[in-house]
Write a protein that binds this ligand. Structure first.
Ligand code: ADP
Ligand code: MG
Length: 399
């Protein structure tokens, strides 16, 4: 799960980490009120969307010369006009894709006199099984470009969970950032605080770009992105409450209500499968037969009729879907129960596209009988290869 910049800063400041003062705003009036609470004379109005690259982004509705999604404002009047221009409009950045994202929230924050910009991020590095801290002196810009063109300017420090964060990790971070004296000390302290926050909040990723050295010699987090391990969210109701569903794919939000693992993809064949491994194999075999999956969908081990119905509705609400392949292994759930669920769901949603079903496992014969006697145009398949060939040719015929 992702959260907004202002929410991430709120969380980080609880760990003693320095961030510029700021307030979120949903309306122009709120933006003005927020600015009035700040000392000025420089304010920054920042679009709050779950995507980076806002500064260099462009608003669809405004001309190519209009300012982007991070704006320096020199007066409260400027804050007001910037807020008016940004709210409700669509910001397109390198991370949003062409469609862009509508800006519904702003963050009005203190303008900072920047002496230098740095990069610092943390993630769970699966290769080493450790939390990795990635730092670079080249902050503020696209880190992918830095990694590509000047990889020597990026340093990775991994932290052994057995020892936890040690003073030498902090020194390695400060050294990589080429900091000395008080700033080096501040970087060591910050690295430790970030590690503590990352662990305590069960983060999956934390990126600070830029981390800045101010003209006054302070280290401040100017921009941050944070994402969390969804499996650990139950431990953090305060973080869960920060979820902004308007930033997520509506179908994925709907799927999460039924505990379905659903990810929208670009193809035209909807898949409903139980088990992540089987779902991956199903997607692979669809591709092998020359078509593309419209989604990944794992209904889980205990798929009930309600779950199967919800899954069908979600798949069918995607206008790109031209056929559905159901591939279910009846282990914990028996095939006849699953077949009942499929028939009930197909009737309820008024199935309008070809449906191929492959069942295997406990009570498979009973299950096939239920499908055959349902009166619905369900195409049965014997194995995975057969199922994929059938759905691909059905979709081609229908086209
Ligand atoms: P994004 O990464 O989405 O473009 P940032 O918050 O990193 O958004 O802002 C882009 C740039 O705007 C930063 O690299 C920094 O130079 C400038 N900036 C952002 N916030 C402030 C601030 N509070 N004061 C001064 N400059 C800022
Ligand atoms: Mg940034």
């Amino acid at each position: 799960m992702n959260i907004h910049e202002y929410q991430a800063k709120e969380l980080l400041s609880k760990f003693g980490i320095g961030v510029p003062t700021g307030y979120p705003a949903l309306t122009v009036e709120e933006a003005v009120e927020a600015a009035k609470k700040l000392p000025g004379p420089l304010y920054v109005v920042k679009a709050q969307i779950h995507a980076g690259g806002r500064g260099k982004g462009k608003f669809k509705e405004l001309g190519p010369d209009a300012k982007g999604g991070v704006r320096l404002a020199k007066s409260i009047g400027d804050v007001e006009s910037d807020a008016r221009e940004m709210l409700g409009n669509t910001l397109v950045t390198v991370q949003t894709g062409e469609a862009g994202k509508q800006v519904n929230r702003l963050y009005v924050t203190d303008g900072v006199d920047i002496a230098k910009e740095y990069y610092l991020s943390m993630l769970v590095d699966r290769a080493t099984g450790r939390i990795a801290m990635i730092v670079s002196t080249e902050g503020g810009m696209d880190i992918e470009t830095v990694a590509h063109e000047t990889p020597e300017k990026i340093t990775t420090v991994t932290i052994d969970p057995a020892t936890g964060f040690m003073p030498h990790h902090g020194r390695a971070v400060a050294f990589a950032l080429k900091l000395e004296g008080q700033l080096a000390k501040a970087a060591q302290k910050l690295a430790k605080q970030l590690y503590d926050a990352f662990l305590a909040l069960d983060c999956a990723m934390l990126e600070i770009n830029p981390l800045v050295e101010t003209e006054g010699g302070e280290l401040l987090v100017l921009d941050t992105k944070m994402s969390f391990d969804s499996n650990a969210l139950y431990r953090h109701p305060d973080v869960e409450a920060m979820r902004d569903e308007t930033e997520e794919d509506p179908m994925e939000v709907e799927a999460s209500k039924y505990d379905l693992a659903y990810i929208k993809l670009d193809g035209n064949i909807g898949c409903m499968v139980n088990g992540a491994g089987l779902a991956m194999a199903t997607m692979d075999i669809i591709k092998l037969n020359g078509a593309f999956p419209a989604n990944f969908l794992d209904v889980g081990g205990g798929a009930t009729t309600e779950k199967v119905t919800a899954a069908f509705k979600i798949i069918l609400s995607d206008p790109a879907v031209e056929g559905i392949l159901v591939n279910i292994f009846g282990g914990i759930m028996k095939c006849d129960i699953i077949a009942d669920g499929i028939v009930a769901a197909a009737k309820e949603v008024n199935l309008s596209v070809p449906l191929v079903v492959r069942l295997e496992g406990t009570n498979v014969e009973k299950g096939k009988e239920i499908l055959a006697n349902s009166g619905l145009p369900i195409v049965p398949a014997d194995d995975l290869g057969d199922a994929a060939r059938k759905i691909v040719s059905q979709v081609k015929e229908a086209a």
